[in-house]
Write a protein that binds this ligand. Structure first.
Ligand code: PMP
Ligand code: GLN
Length: 394
């Protein structure tokens, strides 16, 4: 038989699926894959259920139902002062995952270079490579995750077509500052490049940090494709409703990619997300406040066990240095070990690095869980580390 696609056959199963399966196998509390353990807002759920029963279950329009495109445009204006035309500058996708692929498809030709920042979400690099484009990766390193400006500037060149930017960032919890965004924006303009902006955690920022879309900076509106996800904004990760906001010249091409990927996204979910995006400001501040308290609770618990918890200004995640525990293995071994022996799952941070020599003593813990679940996870880790003499991989 002829070989199947070489890139995909060489790609492993995503770490999120691997760790969630291991968590189920061992009855572990899953602080690995990032998903909340409570449902999203009741009015949004009710809107989805109602929309199933009112006879609009056939293919919706290619770029999304008008209600949702209008709601995305209104949210852009309300939160960021961005003027987006709902008819021509919004494309609704089946999750941000599809949006990322669609945006990269819309921009890239084989041989184009794409600047990415490591640690990175696991779909970025495989999709860039599938499209025949060339990743140019710049690395952030813990504990500060500072943007290495000179290295970033050096990664741009005459073949740079685009950059991928994720803020608030998974897994670091970093929220890029206005100064960092201005630096990036300057590089984009100087090199005539686009930015695919993965902003799925846009509403999940803490301690007074505010998310700033790169697209909202002067001169960058025409260069940015801004991606949001209802999964994160409404704690409904299984719904897979994403949205791209981009200048009409770009959105039209993203729509062509979407037409070849999924063509449309379930209309009842789209209509319910439109209800969600129209919720009052209090909803958006409450979800961030609630998650901030959960972050603090888990961070305090892990720090109490001796882990070196790094600050996180946004997202669902904190990263923690487990070296102080004296564990003898790397992060993959540590995450397997705690899943199996302490029955708490986490994600090895090295999984977010494409290159060699990734940091090997950090684990990512999701805090988007009920307080009692976070407390039980910390109690399990405390019992385990109090009782166990650590050895490689348990
Ligand atoms: N980007 C990042 C950084 C994420 O963490 C996630 C989480 N799933 C996604 C994209 C994908 O979002 P969605 O579930 O809407 O496809
Ligand atoms: N974004 C989620 C995380 O980082 C996982 C999504 C997925 O399982 N692909 O945990």
């Amino acid at each position: 038989m002829k070989p199947v696609n070489s890139l995909l056959s060489a790609t492993g199963t995503t770490v999120f699926t691997v760790m969630s399966a291991l968590a189920v196998q061992h009855g572990a509390i899953n602080l690995g894959q990032g998903f909340p353990d409570t449902d999203g807002p009741a009015d949004v759920l009710a809107a989805a259920a109602d929309a199933l029963a009112d006879g609009r279950n056939q293919y919706p329009p290619l770029t999304g139902v008008p209600e949702l495109r209008q709601a995305v445009a209104a949210a852009n204006a309300r939160f960021y002062g961005l003027q987006i035309d709902p008819a021509s500058e919004v494309v609704v996708t089946s999750g941000a995952t599809e949006a990322i692929t669609a945006c990269l498809m819309a921009l890239l030709d084989p041989g184009d270079e794409v600047v990415l920042i490591e640690p990175l979400y696991d779909t970025y690099v495989p999709v860039v490579r599938m499209l025949g484009a060339v990743p140019r990766i710049v690395r952030l390193t813990p504990p500060k995750w500072e943007l290495p400006r000179a290295e970033l500037a050096a990664a741009f060149g005459p073949r740079t077509k685009a950059m991928m930017l994720n803020t608030p960032m998974n897994p670091t919890g970093k929220v890029f500052t206005a100064a960092e965004l201005a630096f990036i924006g300057d590089l984009l303009v100087r090199h005539d490049a686009y930015a695919v902006c993965d902003e799925v955690y846009e509403h999940l920022t803490y301690d007074g940090w505010r998310h700033i879309p790169l697209m909202s900076l002067p001169g960058l509106r025409e260069r940015c494709l801004r991606i949001g996800s209802a999964g994160k904004t409404f704690s409904l990760t299984g719904w897979k409703v994403g949205y791209v906001s981009a200048d009409k010249s770009l959105a039209a091409v993203v729509a062509k990619a979407h037409q070849n990927l999924t063509f449309t996204t379930p209309p009842n979910l789209q209509r319910a997300v439109a209800v969600g995006l129209a919720k009052e400001d209090g909803y958006f501040t409450a979800i961030a406040d609630g998650l901030q308290a959960k972050r603090d609770r888990l961070a305090a618990g892990l720090a109490g066990l001796g882990l070196g918890v790094l600050p996180a200004q946004g997202s669902y995640f904190i990263t923690a240095d487990f070296a102080p525990l004296g564990f003898a293995g790397d992060d993959v071994a540590f995450c397997r070990h705690i899943t199996e022996a302490a029955r708490v799952a986490a994600i090895p941070v090295s999984a977010f690095y494409d290159g060699a020599d990734a940091p090997r003593h950090y684990a990512r813990f999701a805090f988007c869980k009920q307080e009692a679940v976070l407390d039980e996870a910390v109690a399990r880790l405390a019992r385990h580390f109090g009782a166990a003499k650590l050895t490689e991989a348990g």
